[in-house]
Design a protein around this ligand. Structure first.
Ligand code: HEC
Length: 138
């Protein structure tokens, strides 16, 4: 009887860990809270801070103590209008009398301000935006 010492082969496995340089996940994907652009490209126009100073600067208020039946000192007066009805149709600049009277070819009478100098397009555009945004008393 021969005792056979069994050999235990310890097999050591060399494990090569290949750490594949996990390519830069680096830049953190922004957790998309990116907001959609505002619906209107134009920031809200203020009657009191923008429109009224325009009317004042161009003599509309001082001359319009009732010319054409119209007063233009307050938003309410402008909405009420004069001989030809409301000077402003909220939301509809193109069909608003005040815009038509500021344009090169007014539907009747003179271009405003009567006798000039007339408003630059960019200034008229401010009033247009105010009307299209609802002609608020803001
Ligand atoms: C020098 C005086 C004078 C100035 C300044 C003036 N207006 Fe007039 N406006 C008049 C007269 C007079 C009429 C009536 C005759 C006409 O329609 O041309 C009138 C008419 C109008 C009407 C038509 C009213 C209606 O119902 O018939 C509007 C709107 C108007 N003006 C807006 C303006 C605005 C806005 C300004 C400033 C940018 C302005 N006006 C500046 C004298 C003036």
């Amino acid at each position: 009887m021969t005792n056979r010492s069994s050999r235990i082969y310890a097999l050591s496995f060399t494990t090569l860990l290949i750490i594949s340089g996990c390519s830069d996940m680096g830049t953190e994907a922004p957790t998309t809270s990116s907001q959609p652009p505002p619906p209107s490209p134009t920031p809200e126009v203020s009657y009191l801070q923008q429109v009224r100073p325009i009317l004042q600067r161009h003599g509309c208020i001082s001359c319009h103590g009732g010319s054409g039946g119209l007063f233009v000192e307050t938003q309410a007066q402008i909405l009420q209008g004069g001989l030809h009805g409301p000077a402003v149709k909220p939301g509809k600049a193109d069909s608003s009398l005040i815009i038509q009277k500021l344009s090169t070819v007014p539907p009747f009478g003179d271009r405003m301000p009567q006798g000039g100098p007339y408003l630059p397009d960019s200034t008229i555009q401010v009033i247009r935006s105010w009307i299209n945004q609802g002609a608020k008393n803001n």
